[in-house]
Design a protein around this ligand. Structure first.
Ligand code: ADP
Length: 301
């Protein structure tokens, strides 16, 4: 399995004002991190680009330590990784980003390396954020390579992850995200964002739109509300197990996606797979930060 995208350095505040913890996170990377834990039998690779400085080296070490294959990471000596800092104001988190110049914007610049990485995988995962950080030419190259991979029998999974601030405008975002969907077998959108930017009246409308873009499996997340799915000729809803407390929803969707991808090659029916994904996301929202350690066995019935 290959995840494609940006991993960033994260500075998270500690108890003492001015003290921060250095971590690493990013949407597709988070999914790879959870997937590596869920499926130690599968090679999980992450394709990105980093610099040669010590922060980039620390990131590479963190990726490898998580059990993720780092052999498809490009190294660009003149660049470094993106960074974000979390601020806490009376429990509310806000984020400041430095990612405009990050190496990851060049992750798809080498056509042969990109094709080789995708060729080595059975399942490829990318997101709207992956598309947003790329220049137009690299974006077209990535989408073209994914389209050919899909035609050659690979499975392609996509989380639209709508982030208007990363795009020049909402039209570029919605148009490019639907191009992403058109090369994908599996779409994992979140209803709240889709309703806001595509005007979907309900999760069924979201599912319809992705199905119309030729996506075979659509799973629409909706916070604590039921998950809607379409899978081939089947479809339905799955209730999310209620939680008594939610600490931090960072990476709820990313971990959910990992559990879905982890079960795609199994025998399990879609509702059972979705329930397991909700259980993992339920653990993640009760912990702090994007990467919350868990025991895979605890997700079973
Ligand atoms: P995203 O993080 O992509 O915006 P959602 O907020 O829809 O995604 O959440 C993804 C999944 O996380 C949901 O399908 C659900 O399983 C779980 N989740 C999120 N918020 C809650 C909540 N308040 N209570 C229980 N589960 C939640």
């Amino acid at each position: 399995m290959l995840a494609i995208g940006e991993c960033m350095a994260e500075l998270a505040p500690l108890d003492r004002p001015g003290d921060y913890h250095l971590g690493f996170a990013g949407d597709t990377f988070n999914t790879a991190w959870y997937l590596a834990r869920l499926r130690p039998d599968v090679t999980v690779s992450f394709l990105t680009a980093i610099g040669t400085d010590s922060l980039s080296q620390k990131m590479r070490a963190a990726i490898a330590e998580a059990g993720i294959d780092d052999s498809h990471i490009r190294t660009l000596p003149e660049r470094t990784v993106g960074l974000y800092l979390i601020s806490l104001d009376r429990g509310e988190r806000s984020f400041t980003y430095w990612r405009g110049q990050s190496a990851a914007r060049h992750l798809a610049d080498d056509p042969e390396a990109l094709a080789r990485a995708i060729e080595a995988a059975d399942l490829v995962y990318f997101s709207g954020i992956t598309l947003a950080i790329l220049e137009r030419e690299a974006r077209d190259r990535l989408l073209g390579t994914l389209r050919r991979a899909r035609e050659a029998g690979k499975r392609v999974a996509f989380d639209p992850n709508l982030r208007p601030r990363l795009w020049t405008g909402p039209e570029e975002m919605t148009e490019t995200v639907m191009r992403g969907a058109s090369v994908s077998d599996i779409a994992l959108p979140s209803f709240e964002d889709e309703a806001l930017w595509f005007g979907d009246a309900d999760p069924e409308a979201t599912a319809d739109r992705y199905r119309a873009a030729s996506v075979e499996t659509v799973i629409v997340k909706n916070g604590a509300d039921p998950v809607h799915f379409r899978h081939g000729a089947t479809g339905g809803t799955v209730a999310v197990p209620p939680l008594s407390e939610v600490v931090d929803t960072t990476a709820a969707g990313d971990s959910f996606n990992a559990a879905i991808l982890a079960g795609l090659d199994g025998e399990e029916a879609m509702p059972a797979l979705i329930l397991r994904a909700c259980r993992l996301a339920g653990i993640v929202v009760r912990g702090k930060g994007a990467l919350v350690p868990f025991v895979p066995a605890s997700l079973a019935d």
